[in-house]
Design a protein around this ligand. Structure first.
Ligand SMILES: NC(=O)c1ccc[n+]([C@@H]2O[C@H](COP(=O)([O-])OP(=O)(O)OC[C@H]3O[C@@H](n4cnc5c(N)ncnc54)[C@H](OP(=O)(O)O)[C@@H]3O)[C@@H](O)[C@H]2O)c1
Length: 294
């Protein structure tokens, strides 16, 4: 199986590249923007011809949620139009695409975890661009899996766990929002699902089931509890620790509003493919271990 991974510096792409060598018969080609710019049709054609993949994974995205509010054109160019171009090019060659999407397609006003069929109603430019990207991928390539995930963290790239540890190295207390609930997702756990999906769907006779799936670590939490778990693990390892002061979302204003509820119900993934991600706390344990102990 040959994977073409767009978005090579990203958290998900890095985790894919790290995990792929352990999978038998998998060659993972992650390419940066210079070799594969998903906004450029010719660049996509060159990459597809050169690598000749059996599955395309789109982890390239405009992910600066706040910046997108004033950079709408660029967010849509990448998250909608680039996603469409890549999905169309894969479809012309009969290649399935696994496309990463986000909890931000919802408005966060539901009380319970979101299921795939819940009404989408993004609150932000970023969320709208990702939702239109999902729709573009579905329309362009019948062989698609759209994987919505949330609150990604990993030892590589910028994320909440690294920010908490960096702040704790400099200050004794941190203020963390405590009224948003979500499903933290450890990139190395997420990519085991992506690689297994790719393996099953790369078979020429694979008939899907194609569609939209939620994929997040099991369990849900708030950012405050997430921070406390990071520090609990860090303390055990002699790493940086800070006291956590809970605050409300209104005391941490951001240009793009955050979802009060980002919880993703992953039952469909489990029922359809018999795949379930571990508890998010297991991801924190591994991530902190790698960050503190190196
Ligand atoms: N991070 C999260 O918490 C989170 C949560 C839910 C869903 N997701 C989704 O998961 C996916 C991966 O997220 P991530 O956190 O791994 O993203 P990320 O770390 O922000 O990486 C995105 C990658 O896209 C690349 N890129 C930008 N423009 C490109 C272009 N024109 N052509 C090709 N590549 C381009 C970037 O390259 P440069 O470095 O060169 O700009 C970067 O390597 C995204 O679809 C995102 O929406 C993420």
């Amino acid at each position: 199986m040959r994977l073409l991974i767009a978005g090579w510096q990203g958290q998900v792409a890095r985790a894919l590249v790290e995990a792929a060598p352990a999978c038998p018969d998998v060659t993972a080609c992650a390419v940066g923007r210079a070799a594969l710019d998903i906004c450029e049709a010719r660049s996509i054609e060159r990459a597809l011809s050169g690598i000749n993949p059996t599955v395309v994974i789109n982890s390239a995205a405009y992910t600066a949620v706040d910046k997108a509010e004033t950079d709408e054109e660029r967010a849509f160019a990448l998250n909608r139009d680039g996603a469409r171009l890549l999905a169309e090019a894969a479809a012309r060659r009969g290649i399935p695409i696994i496309h990463l999407s986000t909890d931000y397609v919802f408005d966060g006003r539901k009380y319970d975890p979101y299921v795939e069929d819940d009404v989408t109603a993004p609150l932000t430019v970023f969320g709208r661009s990702k939702l239109e990207g999902e729709e573009a991928v579905r329309a362009a390539n019948p062989k698609h899996i759209v994987l919505r995930t949330s609150w990604i963290f990993s030892p590589g790239g910028r994320n909440f766990v690294k920010t908490m540890l960096a702040q704790a190295a400099e200050q004794q207390r941190v203020r963390v929002v405590d009224d948003q609930r979500g499903s933290p997702t450890y990139a190395p756990h997420l990519v085991t699902v992506i690689l297994e999906l790719a393996r099953r769907l790369s078979k020429p006779e694979a008939k899907g089931p194609w569609g939209v799936y939620h994929a997040a670590n099991s369990g849900t939490t708030t950012w405050r509890q997430f921070a406390e778990e990071v520090f609990r693990r860090s303390r055990e390892l002699g790493g940086p620790v800070a006291a956590v002061d809970p605050i409300a979302s209104k005391d941490y204003p951001t240009p793009a509003p955050r979802l009060m509820n980002s919880q993703l119900d992953c039952t469909k993934l489990e029922r359809t493919f018999r795949m379930r991600l571990p508890a998010w706390e297991d991801g924190v344990a591994d991530c902190v271990q790698r960050l503190v102990k190196g």
